[in-house]
Design a protein around this ligand. Structure first.
Ligand code: IVH
Length: 700
């Protein structure tokens, strides 16, 4: 897409624009240059997954363009990066006839099916060995895009294949879809593209965590999430879902009349390459050209193994005859092309029976219905318990005890009940009654307006106390190894541990008399508890389990204070001035610090030796790793992950989230997976072991 010279030029221009920090607008002669710079950085971020700019630097440049355009509205172009933003709500999604019918694909489930497909292709074409292009079958929602004279003019859903719904405004929220592309370089005037919109596993998880934190129903799975998102009437809401798109087919085109011939693309693989060159996220890196069906079968099997390591869901592979002339010869049925077939991976759905529903009390008092089902084996694990999230989910799905249900488990996504089979009901199924009182302490349950979750408001509720202790000790909070769910429950029942403070006052003599507790395990537990006392302040804030205060907010809060009890004096307004803190979060923090028993708990924790002060880490800036970036993958043998990361930071290094060309060191522990594979492909990254890391920082 960009030659080395162009990249160099864009980077120099970027630096120049960033330097003019004070400037609030720019000369009109520079406006298109600035747009190109923003497009380039969007491309690096959304297509290559390798950003060169920090978010705030991108924002600075974006605002500069926005301001200049606002002052000169006649200069706004339809493909300006600012034109993704929509004004107001979408009223309706008018019907949109496709230029070429959006056919489906024939399915295959095993190697015999693929061998049959290959035989049919060879018979019709009369060619002995066929070249195929194999690419992932993205598990999302199908879309069509029309570009005219290089501009994106219309986007639509698949609908019935003949016409879909017009969703252009929503599609513009997807940053990996360019608003314009140089089709004219290929003599193309009008093109219709096909692709798939998806939400990657990470963003899906994040979105659902936010939803549940706010007491809202989470989305069922990434596929439904993508499909549902395309039909939301508020484009701002669509943008929040962080959708992505893969584009894999040109289904229709017209050529520019004055030029001699249209695109001379002879192979499907070259078309994928051309789309990539035009700035689309096509499966350029994921596809493979293979000769003969045996090689295809092997590639499909290999891909099925690494399926879970991909950042997005795929439900199979698509096998396409690579030669476009042969594709034409093979033609299509009314349902699918004869030159392509989908190879579906083993199902991650199964049927089971809904035996009962239990109601669990969370640490913030939320009541979560949990379905107990007859155990089923799906995608490598046995599932017997599935969260139903809230009362509305039970009603929307019309679930009854005794129902035969369809269960799904997509990759590392938590299992989900898709639907009951109403047609299989015998009449003996029983309605599910939501409790009116807390199953743990019998207090009456409340539900706030506009919330879907019922809550027990009693602070003394034993179930909440246990959950709060579990959360406090958990890995991302105070990381007290060994003090897991089962042990907290057991200690609570034995009255050895009744609240968070109790962790630091445990009677180890009494614990020693319990079954299964040897000297060694007691020593380990003592050490883990002691070590937790020096956890940094942001971990303690997160560990307190204040409603709506996740890890990011905890870090933001810690940065604004010298001592945790300073927060007592923060007003709602003061809190809302902090990054990431809105009115809901601020209200919850104020509420926490208004309770005297919470203050007393914090004072006692400090007396017991916990770190309530914001101790600035002493950073060594002279060491070997100053300003070097690090990422850890796999399980480390000698260090805890948090210790290792801490060592990097105290030695002047920087922890990063993902593998990119900006990463200097990948430290590999046991069973490392996709990060290692990715890093191997970037030659500048140094891949080192845990021991080598310790040597590097002079610890061994
Ligand atoms: S090719 C004529 N390629 O799977 C072209 N489809 O079950 C036909 N899909 O409707 C489509 N990944 O929405 C093609 N790499 C891929 C695909 C893909 C996902 C979807 C597509 C299609 C459905 C059929």
């Amino acid at each position: 897409m960009y030659s080395p010279e162009e990249k160099q030029k864009l980077q120099t221009e970027t630096t120049a624009f960033l330097k003019s920090k004070g400037a609030t607008s720019i000369g009109l002669n520079k406006i298109e240059q600035l747009r190109n710079i923003l497009r380039f950085h969007e491309y690096r971020y959304y297509i290559l997954n390798d950003p060169w700019l920090a978010d705030n630097e991108y924002d600075q440049l974006y605002k500069l363009l926005e301001k200049t355009e606002n002052e000169n509205p006649n200069c706004i172009t339809a493909d300006s990066p600012t034109q993704r933003v929509a004004k107001g709500l979408t009223k309706s999604f008018p019907s949109a006839p496709h230029l070429a019918p959006m056919l489906s694909l024939d399915n295959s489930y095993n190697s015999e099916d693929l061998i049959d497909f290959d035989r049919r292709v060879r018979e019709i074409t009369g060619i002995e060995i066929i070249e195929y292009c194999v690419e992932p079958k993205f598990d999302g929602a199908s879309i069509s895009l029309i570009y005219e004279n290089n501009l994106l003019t219309r986007a639509a859903t698949r609908g019935d294949g003949v016409e879909g719904d017009e969703i252009t405004t929503n599609i513009k929220q997807i940053k990996s879809i360019p608003l314009s592309a140089k089709f004219s370089n290929y003599n193309l005037q009008q093109v219709e593209l096909r692709g798939e919109v998806l939400i990657n596993k990470n963003n899906f998880k994040k979105y659902n965590e936010q939803q549940t934190e706010q007491g809202l129903a989470p989305l069922a799975n990434p596929r439904n999430a993508a499909a549902g998102s395309l039909r939301i009437k508020n484009p701002i809401e669509v943008a929040k879902r962080s959708l992505e798109a893969f584009i894999y087919h040109i289904s229709y085109f017209t050529s520019i009349a004055t030029k001699k011939s249209a695109s001379d693309v002879q192979q499907h693989s070259s078309m994928i390459k051309m789309l990539w060159e035009l700035g689309f996220r096509s499966p350029q890196k994921e596809m493979k050209v293979l000769t003969g069906i045996d090689a295809v079968i092997n590639y499909c099997n290999e891909f099925e193994i690494i399926r879970d390591e991909l950042p997005f869901e795929i439900d199979g592979m698509v096998i396409k005859v690579n030669d476009v002339l042969l594709q034409d010869k093979l033609g299509m049925t009314s349902h699918h092309p004869r030159w392509a077939i989908a190879y579906k991976f083993k199902a991650r759905q199964a049927t089971s029976k809904l035996i009962s529903v239990e109601f669990q009390v969370g640490r913030t008092g939320s009541i979560t219905p949990v379905a107990k089902i007859e155990p089923v084996f799906i995608g490598g694990v046995t599932v017997s318990s599935i969260s139903l999230f809230n009362e509305d989910v039970i009603q929307e799905k019309d679930l009854k005890i005794g129902d035969t249900v369809l269960v799904e488990r997509a990759g590392d996504v938590i299992p989900n009940i898709v639907k009951p089979f109403i047609e299989l009901r015998s009449g003996k199924e029983k309605k599910i009654f939501f409790p009116t009182h807390c199953p743990a302490c019998n207090s009456i349950l409340y539900k706030e307006e506009e919330e879907a979750v019922w809550r027990c408001l009693s602070f003394e509720c034993p179930a909440q106390i246990v959950e709060r202790i579990i959360h406090f000790a958990s890995k991302d909070a105070m990381d007290i190894r060994g003090l897991g769910e089962a042990l907290v429950q057991k200690f609570y029942e034995q009255k050895l541990l009744l609240d968070i403070i109790g962790i630091y006052k445990l009677n180890f003599d009494a614990i020693g008399t319990l079954d299964g507790f040897g000297k060694k395990s007691i020593e380990n537990l003592k050490e883990a508890i002691n070590n937790s006392k020096s956890q940094p302040l942001h971990r303690l804030i997160f560990a307190l389990g204040i409603r709506f205060v996740g890890e990011t907010t905890a870090k933001a809060l810690a940065q604004c204070i010298h001592h945790l009890l300073d927060l007592r004096n923060f007003s709602l307004d003061d809190l809302q001035n902090i990054n990431d803190v809105g009115p809901k979060v601020a209200g919850s923090i104020c509420n926490f610090f208004s309770h005297q028993n919470n203050i007393e708990m914090l004072q006692q924790l400090e007396e017991l030796g916990l770190q309530l002060k914001n101790v600035k880490k002493e950073i060594l800036t002279s060491g070997n790793i100053n300003q070097q970036t690090f990422l850890f993958t796999g399980s480390l043998q000698k260090l805890k992950r948090s210790e290792a990361e801490n060592l990097v930071e105290t030695n002047g290094g920087i922890i990063v989230n993902g593998v990119s060309s900006k990463l200097h060191y990948l430290v590999v522990g046991a069973d490392a997976g996709s990060k290692l594979e990715k890093a191997k492909k970037i030659t500048s990254i140094k891949i080192i072991s845990e021991d080598e890391f310790l040597q590097l920082i002079g610890k061994e």
